[in-house]
Design a protein around this ligand. Structure first.
Ligand SMILES: Nc1ncnc2c1ncn2[C@@H]1O[C@H](COP(=O)(O)OP(=O)(O)OP(=O)(O)O)[C@@H](O)[C@H]1O
Ligand SMILES: [Mg+2]
Length: 334
């Protein structure tokens, strides 16, 4: 694939030179100011060895950004290994990450090298880190602190040189507040944080992305009609770029002419409840209660204050022990 250039059939250009420089042969759309800013930040983070936490709603492009970070780091010639923490049960995940010795457990017929060892000198991408079981969080923290790992069933630890990038669509600060994620690991992982904007926050990317995905389809259509573009631009895209990719596939399959029309796109796109228009009143049952809003606000402030309850209480304008009581109620309600 060629680096992305201003030859988009939708006629949207204005790309900063940072995009081709960073993304190389991967086609990454970053027409919006929000994505350009994110990529500039990623370019700086790529040079560091510190862990990076990539956060963003589902389908926003967390994995793509993790790959960009690796490809632009001094480790680019070394392995990039991605593991989805949520996809494996705890014990299997432990042996995948850290390896095991022969006979360490029933069925361990041979010694097994873990992904930490496989990623030595390179990057280990821990996707869905928020789902990591607690005992493994402790082991990961040790590996990060000491730069050493120990295979299951072995006493000897050995050094590894691995840069960690992790991703999550969860609010990790909230998971810390609920006692589901270790606070010390949280602070270690979020030294450098990249928040990927939602597609709703970067509308300038919608049409270039849609054209990019359409170009990958085996169909005659290479553009969208004005009506279809209007639909694409007014949809809320809760599933972000991945959802757009799927909708374009649907449109490409149904299109009969040189342009995908409104009627070729899936029905959801025209449903009022999914439109991003601000003047569409929300359904009453979708509105939050005062308690939910309070709880969300408390957790947001706590996150902004880096977990400091004293600072958060000050910002919220309540006494520290009132905040403590409210946090306990939040923990108990989940
Ligand atoms: N800026 C972009 N330019 C081009 N393609 C993109 C861009 N962002 C995301 N994509 C594409 O959208 C899809 C989803 O991206 P990715 O898997 O990186 O998202 P994610 O945030 O990791 O999703 P999930 O939360 O579901 O794991 C992929 O096919 C990816 O190639
Ligand atoms: Mg992902």
């Amino acid at each position: 694939m060629e680096p992305i250039e201003c030859q988009n059939p939708c006629g949207v250009c204005g790309l900063d030179s940072i995009v081709p420089r960073l993304t190389g042969s991967t086609q990454v759309v970053a027409n919006s100011e929000a994505m350009q800013t994110l990529l500039r930040q990623a370019a700086r983070f790529a040079k560091s060895d510190a862990p990076v936490a990539v956060i963003g709603e589902t389908g926003t492009g967390k994995e793509i950004v993790a790959r960009i970070l690796h490809a632009n780091s001094p480790r680019s010639k070394e392995p990039f290994i991605a593991v989805n923490v949520a996809a494996l049960p705890g014990e299997l995940l432990e042996s995948e990450l850290f390896g095991h010795s022969k006979g360490a457990f029933t069925g361990a017929d041979t010694a097994h090298r873990g992904l930490f060892e496989a990623a030595d000198k390179g990057t280990l991408f821990l996707d869905e880190i928020g789902e990591m079981p607690q005992p493994l969080q402790a082991k990961l923290l040790r590996a990060l602190q000491d730069g050493e790992v120990r295979r299951i069933g072995e006493n000897k630890a050995f050094g590894v040189d691995v840069r960690i990038i992790c991703a999550t669509h969860r609010n990790l600060a909230r998971r810390v507040a609920k006692g589901l994620f270790r606070e010390d690991l949280y602070y270690r992982l979020k030294v450098l944080t990249l928040r990927i904007p939602t597609l709703r926050e970067r509308k300038d990317d919608i049409l270039p992305l849609a054209c990019l995905f359409l170009g990958d389809e085996n169909c005659q259509a290479r553009d969208f009609t004005p009506r279809a573009k209007k639909r694409l631009l007014s949809y809320a895209w809760r599933g972000n770029v991945r959802e757009l990719e799927n909708m374009v596939k649907h449109g490409a399959a149904l299109a009969t002419g040189p342009k995908v029309d409104e009627d070729d796109l899936p029905e959801e796109l025209s449903q009022l409840s999914n439109l991003a228009h601000k003047d569409v009143p929300p359904a009453p049952e979708t509105l939050k209660s005062l308690a939910e809003l309070e709880r969300e606000h408390i957790l947001r402030v706590l996150d902004a204050c880096q977990g400091s309850q004293a600072k958060a209480a000050l910002v919220l304008g309540i006494a520290r022990n009132t905040l403590w009581r409210k946090l306990r109620a939040i923990q108990n309600s989940d």
